[in-house]
Write a protein that binds this ligand. Structure first.
Ligand code: DGL
Length: 260
């Protein structure tokens, strides 16, 4: 199975992309709803939670794992890659590669949670690859709760999105990375507000594509991934809001199973 974890249901945007690009491979998802959000927690706490999430997925048969949470990926991916003996993917690197591929003027905006933006991971990684690239980052702490509440088309949400994007627009970014797994659900508001000429990068498809290529190029791993059974969506707490968000992401009802 391919394991995926997130602090909650936002990482299901990655699971949905995986279902579309690798429909024959079984997924095991873990959403840490009991302890969400990660984006406002310290790096130490996020690392501890991430380790536990990895242990859960591996003990349930995951042969490779996607960290489908920018907050976790930004502070815990090095540690996870070091400590766990399976291929590990995360949402940040593929989004960066995509942004560098499409940027027309090397002016890249990044939006994310406080933890992600504070880690400076996007800026550091982008400049390691292309020194002349300018990165403009904006924490958007109100967006996750708005998505969780299902306020995807409310006037208030539109106002807040506009307010957050204003400084990036002012800086003339030509590319905008959605550095949080919840933000693809607000793409319809973000696109028009950042401007038609700005390329908006959704990391869910970027990482799913990377995993697809990896599986294709590694037949041993390909064979170890099961095709039988159903995709499993585990959570550490079940709430009505989570059920609704999951249904909105997949366009169908998702059976959220309480992890014991
Ligand atoms: N999944 C988190 C991320 O992508 C957002 C939710 C949270 O803060 O836990 O950063």
């Amino acid at each position: 199975m391919i394991g995926i974890f997130d602090s909650g249901v936002g990482g299901m945007t990655v699971a949905r992309a995986m279902e579309q690009l690798l429909p024959e491979k079984r997924l095991i998802y873990f959403g840490d709803l009991a302890r969400t959000p990660y984006g406002s927690k310290s790096p130490q706490t996020i690392c501890r939670y991430s380790r536990q999430n990895m242990e859960f997925l591996l003990s349930h048969g995951a042969k490779m794992v996607i960290i489908a949470c920018n907050s976790a990926a930004s502070v815990a991916s090095d540690l996870i890659e070091k400590e766990f003996p399976v291929p590990v993917f995360e949402v940040i690197t593929p989004a960066i590669m995509k942004a560098l591929e499409v940027t027309s003027g090397n002016r890249i905006g990044v939006i994310g949670t406080r933890a992600t933006i504070k880690s400076n991971i996007y800026e550091t990684k982008i400049q390691q690859i292309r020194q002349e690239a300018k990165v403009f980052s904006q924490p958007c702490p109100l967006l996750v709760p708005l998505v969780e509440e299902g306020w995807l088309n409310k006037r208030e949400t539109k106002m807040i999105v506009r307010r957050y994007l204003h400084p990036l627009k002012h800086k003339g970014v030509d590319t905008l990375v959605l550095g949080c797994t919840h933000y693809p659900l607000l793409k319809h508001l973000i696109g028009p507000r950042i401007g038609k000429r700005v390329q908006v990068i959704d990391s869910s498809f970027a990482v799913a594509n990377e995993v697809k290529n990896f599986v294709r190029d590694n037949p041993d791993i390909e064979r170890s991934l099961s095709r039988d059974g159903e995709n499993k969506y585990y959570v550490s707490d079940v709430t009505d809001a989570a059920r609704m968000t999951a249904q909105r992401i997949f366009g169908r009802k998702i059976d959220l199973v309480m992890a014991q």
